[in-house]
Design a protein around this ligand. Structure first.
Ligand SMILES: [Zn+2]
Length: 197
């Protein structure tokens, strides 16, 4: 690999690839490209070869209403993936990913969502909680609630096969939410009083 590019390419091999084979059963290639496992588990990834990550991305709409388990079962059903007619048949109308989705997938692929949100100016005692919920500052109580619901759903042990890590993460999320909610609700009450005066 001598090619250098200033901008990340859509399908550049991921430097964080775990160095194992493609997650599609019986695929002989390296799994160098990541793809979110489902809409509800966007931070967990499959590792695919180039062809399969393209196919998976193009099938994103097809998986829209499936749970992570259903997607997993679909991917494991190698008849669906190994049949020579698969790419055309499956991709069909969805062969072209829309730009927004492509940007979204690339953002995940290049870890842009993993960067902490800017918290400059946030009260010291709230920074950890903001970091846990991946929120910037300032933030409203509604924004905190919305993010909390998202994260609580994503990290719920039921959605992660009872994974111990998810359970721990969920505890931190709950704690961060309680901290932020308490503080922001108090601020809102104070603002309301001021306005009423
Ligand atoms: Zn593959």
């Amino acid at each position: 690999m001598i090619a250098t590019s200033r901008k990340p390419r859509a399908f550049a091999p991921d430097p964080d690839a775990p160095g194992r084979g493609c997650d599609i059963p019986n695929c002989p290639h390296q799994g160098e490209f990541r793809a979110p496992k489902s809409r509800s588990t966007l931070r967990e990834f499959y590792w695919f070869c180039l062809d399969h990550v393209r196919a998976y991305n193009a099938s994103w709409d097809f998986y829209k209403d499936m749970s992570p388990d259903e997607i997993e079962a679909e991917l494991r059903a190698d008849s669906a993936w190994q049949r020579p007619t698969w790419p055309l048949g499956r991709l069909g109308a969805h062969a072209r990913m829309d730009e927004a989705l492509e940007a979204e997938l690339n953002a995940f692929a290049f870890g842009q969502h993993a960067k902490p949100a800017p918290q400059a100016g946030a009260p010291q005692e709230l920074r950890e909680a903001l970091g846990t919920l991946e929120l910037g500052w300032p933030v409203t109580l509604d924004e905190v609630k919305t993010r909390y619901k998202e994260l609580a759903k994503r990290h719920h042990p039921d959605a992660n096969h009872g994974d111990k890590g998810s359970e721990e993460r969920l505890k931190r999320i709950n704690l961060a939410y309680a901290t932020l909610r308490g503080k922001l609700a108090a601020n809102q009450a104070r603002t309301a009083e001021t306005v009423a005066d």
